[in-house]
Design a protein around this ligand. Structure first.
Ligand code: ADP
Ligand code: 5GP
Length: 203
């Protein structure tokens, strides 16, 4: 049994975590890949829930010990996906969801080309992105500036993704992401074994 992978990428502030929460509420067989990061926790973040927070030294040691399926430096911090929990969840047939950047998406797709579908999530424009980052009120002005500066570079990877959600109206975006996630089991099948099981009437 092998599960499915759904990668969510897009500029910081575009709504990935919000849409990911909608997935978590609606799918019981979902496994969210909690990344490890050297970024400092935000005020409302809890170690082991949004991320595993670690030091740069420990992160570099984990890279050397091959603990990451993929890792990248994003907005001046390190972020990595732990290998073992993802492999286990896939073996259990789960829907494995990643909130990772465009480099991470490239790598996951390379490792699991058959299992991976991906969604690029963005805002209608950069002004909306800026106002969402400000209104979220979790980052300093300097951090917000870096994220807005990097956003356009991330936008240039849109065509590497299977789906695009321009997250304007939140209810509409939630409907779209749930619809995409519901279709995943219909995208991959073993035709031979399905045909063999389907025919029950004897000649
Ligand atoms: P990301 O995980 O991509 O960095 P978040 O999910 O944290 O983004 O969203 C950034 C901010 O924008 C949050 O305060 C969130 O509540 C808000 N938000 C998300 N989607 C919408 C939307 N469609 N309309 C208005 N605000 C939104
Ligand atoms: P944030 O600091 O806003 O939580 O995340 C910053 C960026 O890092 C986002 O684009 C997020 O998707 C990405 N990210 C989070 N975890 C990982 C990871 O494990 N690998 C990669 N490549 N990117 C990650």
């Amino acid at each position: 049994m092998q599960g499915h992978i759904l990668v969510l990428s897009g500029p910081s502030g575009s709504g990935k975590s919000t849409l990911c929460n909608a997935l978590k509420e609606n799918f019981t067989n979902l496994f969210f890949s909690i990344s490890t990061t050297t970024r400092l926790p935000r005020i409302n973040e809890k170690n082991g829930r949004e991320y595993f927070f670690t030091s740069k030294e420990e992160f570099l040691a984990d890279i050397r010990e091959n603990k990451f399926l993929e890792w990248a430096k994003v907005h001046n911090n390190y972020y990595g996906t732990s290998r073992i929990p993802v492999e286990k969840a896939l073996e259990e047939g789960k829907l494995v969801v990643f909130d990772i950047d465009v480099q991470g998406h490239k790598n996951i797709r390379q490792y699991y080309p058959e299992l991976t579908k991906s969604i690029f999530i963005t805002t209608p424009n950069d002004l909306v992105l800026k106002s969402r980052l400000k209104q979220r009120n979790t980052d300093t002005e300097e951090i917000i500036q870096t994220r807005i500066k990097n956003a356009y570079q991330e936008m240039l990877s849109i065509d590497e993704f299977d789906y695009l959600i321009i997250n304007d109206n939140i209810e509409e975006s939630i409907r779209k992401i749930l619809a995409i996630a519901h279709t995943l089991p219909c995208t991959r099948f073993d035709a031979k074994s399905i045909c063999a099981k389907w025919k029950t009437i004897e000649k």
